[in-house]
Design a binder for this molecule. Structure first.
Ligand code: URA
Length: 294
């Protein structure tokens, strides 16, 4: 006996709602395709088709562009929406980022410059800038990879599930967000939480470097491999690189830096918590030392 529903009984709207609910449960929260789509090229093509459609009418009147009939045609033509400015090519964007970041005299100015910076394509898909949370005067600074969905909604780093775990990790050594400054290498959420591309990271790098320099912590902690690779230049995987003290040159002084597992990794791999506990104790000991002049 065929138990499948009669297609005539299926309400397409209910089916669509079920499908959306299924996607939401599965964690799909951004409408992206399998392959990249160049929306700028699409809208540029639409504009040029619209222009070609207007031109023959004016030309068929054999009038000069400024002649009355041409002006009438132009007046009848629908106003074309302004084309969203495409981000500059990655090399230009990275050079613009270096120049902008270097010009920031303090963290507020840096945040303002980032708000106005259009060089990173992630800004087009993110809801908002996720600049920092915590205390910029703190001796401890932690840097993650990039904001996720919850951070994109709230505009603060590490507020989702991995943020809650990060808070518990810090609480284990008596630290809360009034005693730590928290940021990300990339301050805009990549669509669907994908890993930022090397170009996106390179464009954002001058800003996080300047942010570290201006916050001027004594101890820098990179959360996860991508942050450690970007900021500490390590080539090893995080399992090998974690727990080793290194020097980080802020541009004005050398500070102590350590890589540890990302809290999101710990949520998937609770066994890693043992090693992170050792890293936390090392951070606690380091903070008990007097700050070095660098
Ligand atoms: N993961 C990160 O790397 N940063 C956040 O802010 C949240 C999750």
């Amino acid at each position: 006996m065929d138990l499948s529903p009669d297609p005539r009984d299926v309400d397409p709207r209910a089916a669509l709602a079920d499908l959306m609910a299924f996607y939401a449960e599965a964690g799909v929260d951004a409408g992206i395709g399998d392959a990249p789509v160049d929306r700028f090229a699409e809208s540029a093509a639409e504009r040029s088709t619209a222009r070609t459609a207007i031109r023959p009418a004016a030309a068929s009147s054999s009038a000069e562009p400024g002649a009355p009939s041409a002006r009438r045609e132009a007046a009848r033509a629908p106003a074309l929406p302004p084309l969203a400015a495409a981000p500059p090519p990655p090399d230009r964007a990275a050079a613009d980022a270096r120049e902008a970041a270097a010009s920031a005299p303090d963290l507020d100015a840096l945040r303002g410059l980032l708000e106005r910076f259009d060089g990173c394509p992630l800004k087009l898909t993110a809801t908002r800038l996720v600049f920092a949370d915590g205390n910029p005067q703190a001796r401890l600074m932690l840097v993650g990879e990039a904001p996720g969905r919850d951070e994109d909604i709230e505009g603060k780093p590490f507020v989702g599930r991995s943020g809650k775990l990060l808070d518990r990790m810090l609480a284990a050594i008596g630290i809360d967000r009034t005693q730590a400054y928290i940021a990300n290498v990339v301050p805009w959420r990549p669509p669907g939480n994908r890993t930022p591309t090397p170009q996106e990271t390179a464009i954002c790098l001058p800003f996080i470097r300047r942010q570290i320099e201006l916050a001027n912590p004594d101890v820098l902690v990179c959360l996860g491999g991508p942050s450690a690779q970007t900021l500490l230049g390590i080539k090893d995987g995080i399992t090998k690189a974690r727990g080793r003290w290194m020097e980080y040159d802020t541009g004005t002084r050398r500070i102590q830096a350590l890589a540890t597992f990302h809290p999101a990794y710990l949520l998937r791999t609770p066994l890693g918590k043992r090693m992170v506990w050792r890293d936390l104790l090392a951070i606690e000991r380091k903070l008990a030392e007097p700050p070095s002049a660098g």
